[in-house]
Design a protein around this ligand. Structure first.
Ligand SMILES: Cc1ncc(COP(=O)(O)O)c(C=O)c1O
Length: 386
């Protein structure tokens, strides 16, 4: 008799993250330059770390309110108002989450009835599709390769007949670094409002926008009530390990998300929340400094990749390059595995971000300038020999 699996079918059917699968190969290898993980190479700025340490010394070791420390929600509310003119009530319209990761999960679980369709432009961040499926939703992938990796009003309109409930829009984008101007976003929002498509925006790289001002989707005309704005401290403040994010939106959605959050998570750990409060007070200078360094690396990497024939548009945000491998004649797996084995440089195969992207790889430039220089030398050697 064949043994029946204990694991739920929908979990068994889930593919492990393409990034993780690949990085299992990296584990145990020595002297690898990893341009794989999407994580700042900076340590959290000292004043923020100190605030975390001090909170422990002071004995702040308890649960907080389910929604998160009021002080932090108020700080976020004030910050968004001052920076973008975006107003959210800290009592009812802001929830502190375990990173944007939890924000995405709660948003989808709060919105989806079985069979509801969710639009996901690809290539995309790895969690949107699997989490949609876990919640019995149906992901509808919109391929953006022909429009410079950008969702356009036309592409969006082509999917309206499927009657999607929501769109997940991430900008600046992981994995392409593409972002949108205010006018481009206005056009997308117009289609969403007209077609009754709710927008979940993942703006975790908002602070890492290099060439123009980031526009939060919720600031567009009529969009505030039709948008759930997700953001967090992981990327801009180099705080990935503290696990603090926030969701802002209409109170009906935030209340629904809070209901799930209170049963599953209770609250974000207090030390991280205390540190995040400090980040809003003294961390902005460090954000600007790190951003300057990422911009400098962007120039080096994009210039270097194009010289090697790995054609790549200049990304306008985040810290990723998404070069095309066509000229090499290799698939993403051949390129990534070969480069790792022969030259000890780790990059992520493009197919991790969508089925149709096996002619791309993702390169993270959240690594030191020296590492990036050396990685480009090794890539040149690899391409010469293959
Ligand atoms: C687009 C995007 N959204 C969300 C996350 C998760 O971020 P957090 O650490 O806030 O959970 C990442 C992390 O790589 C990301 O790239």
């Amino acid at each position: 008799m064949t043994k029946k699996s204990l694991v739920a079918k929908k979990v068994e059917d889930m593919q492990p993250s393409g990034i993780r699968v690949f990085f299992d190969l990296v584990l145990g290898m020595k002297d690898v330059i990893s341009l794989g993980v999407g994580e700042p190479d900076f340590v959290t700025p000292w004043q923020i770390r100190e605030a975390g340490i001090y909170s422990l010394e002071e004995g702040f070791t308890s649960y907080t309110s389910n929604k998160g420390l009021y002080k932090l929600r108020l700080g976020i509310s004030r910050y968004l108002k001052q920076r973008f003119g975006l107003e959210y009530d800290p009592e009812e319209e802001i929830l502190i989450t375990v990173g944007v990761s939890e924000g995405v999960d709660l948003a989808l679980r709060s919105l989806i009835n079985p069979g509801d369709k969710i639009l996901i432009p690809i290539p995309s961040y790895v969690s949107y599709g699997p989490v949609t499926e876990l919640t019995a939703g149906v992901p509808i992938y919109i391929n953006t390769r022909k429009s410079g990796f950008k969702l356009t009003p036309k592409l969006l309109e082509e999917h309206i007949d499927a009657r999607p409930k929501a769109l997940i829009l991430n900008y600046p984008s992981n994995p392409t670094g593409v972002t949108y101007t205010r006018n481009e976003l206005k056009e997308l929002s117009r289609v969403c409002l007209k077609s009754n498509i709710f927008c979940i925006t993942d703006e975790v790289y908002a602070d890492l926008t290099y060439d123009f001002q980031h526009t939060p989707f919720a600031t567009l005309p009529g969009a505030r009530e039709n948008t759930l704005y997700l953001d967090g401290f992981s990327k801009s403040y180099a705080m990935t390990g503290w696990r603090v994010g926030f969701a802002c939106g209409p109170k009906e959605i935030i209340a629904a998300m809070t209901k799930i959050h209170q049963y599953t998570i209770m609250c974000v750990p207090i030390t991280g929340q205390m540190a995040a409060c400090e980040a809003l007070v003294s961390g902005r200078k460090s954000v600007e400094e790190m951003k300057r360094e990422y911009r400098r690396r962007r120039e080096l990497v994009i210039d270097g990749l194009n010289r090697l024939g790995l054609s790549c548009e200049k990304p306008q945000g985040a810290f990723y390059a998404f070069p095309c491998l066509k000229k090499t004649g290799m698939t993403d797996m051949e390129f990534a595995q070969g480069l790792l084995k022969k030259e000890k440089v780790a990059v992520v195969p493009g197919s991790a971000f969508g089925k149709d992207f096996s002619d791309y790889v993702r390169i993270s430039y959240a690594s030191s300038y020296e590492n990036l220089k050396e990685a480009l030398v090794r890539m040149a050697r690899f391409l010469k020999k293959n």
